[in-house]
Design a protein around this ligand. Structure first.
Ligand SMILES: Cc1ncc(COP(=O)(O)OP(=O)(O)O)c(N)n1
Ligand SMILES: Cc1nc(C(=O)O)sc1CCOP(=O)(O)O
Ligand SMILES: [Mg+2]
Length: 216
């Protein structure tokens, strides 16, 4: 996230919400509005895995205005060109999601986030090429995605002491387990299940995450 444009302070730890991997925009729109109206959400990442481009475009058309109307940055996963073409606020790219340098040039002052797994080296590379944030994970077991890399709080501590660029923690994060990540210096906690699978619904999920991310 661009710290200035998104009102991000280095003192706070904010919620970075990611959509479920499959959704029907026509029905999901109300759940999304309910979640975003429940508390503080810094950004929403549209992460539709295995979806055709038409399906992603339709989801952006329906969901982006809901986020942007609430000052929630709308970030598209995996595809910087599509993010640019559709007017998204930014893109999130993994290590195999195309040309990071080209994406940085294309997105100019829009947000570019890069997955760095548990690697200091990848994070420094991402920082050098101008990423707006680096993402580390997975911190905990997750049902949302197969875990290949696991990260520890030492990485967050090191990064936040050494670097100005915000860091995002991801992977199995819930209100119940996130306190060490907040203490270690995570600027954002990215979650899917903690909100969309919350037993009392997504609004309760956002409220619980907000309550848990207050840095002591
Ligand atoms: C905030 C954030 N961090 C990490 C990821 C994972 O990206 P990637 O490694 O490209 O995996 P997929 O999400 O594409 O399956 C992310 N999406 N968001
Ligand atoms: C999309 C994603 N990327 C990860 C990584 O480690 O890079 S973990 C993950 C899934 C996050 O979902 P949940 O909050 O439900 O665990
Ligand atoms: Mg990806």
């Amino acid at each position: 996230m661009n710290a200035a444009s998104q009102g991000v302070s280095s003192e706070g730890c904010r919620l970075y919400l990611i959509t479920p991997p499959r959704l029907d925009p026509a029905t999901f729109r109300d759940r999304l509005a309910e979640a975003l109206d429940a508390g503080d959400v810094a950004c929403l990442q549209l992460r539709l895995k295995d979806a055709a481009q038409d399906e992603i475009k339709r989801a952006v058309e329906v969901l982006m205005p809901i986020a942007q109307a609430r000052d929630v940055a709308f970030i598209l996963n995996d595809d910087a060109k599509l993010a640019h073409a559709l007017g998204c606020d930014g893109a999130h790219l993994g290590q195999t999601d195309g040309d990071h340098e080209g994406a940085r040039k294309l997105l100019k002052d829009r947000i570019l986030g890069i997955t760095c797994h548990a690697s200091r080296h990848l994070a420094m590379e991402a920082g050098e090429l101008g990423a707006d944030y680096v993402a580390f994970g997975a911190f905990f077991p997750t049902d949302t995605k197969e875990t290949v890399h696991t990260a520890g709080t030492d990485l967050l501590e090191w990064w936040s002491e050494m670097m100005e660029i915000p860091c995002v923690a991801i992977g199995g994060i819930t209100a119940a387990n996130c306190a060490p990540l907040v203490r270690a210096g995570a600027d954002f906690l990215a979650v899917v299940g903690a909100v969309w699978n919350h037993p009392e619904g997504p609004a309760a999920g956002v409220r619980a995450m907000n309550a848990a991310t207050v840095r002591m």
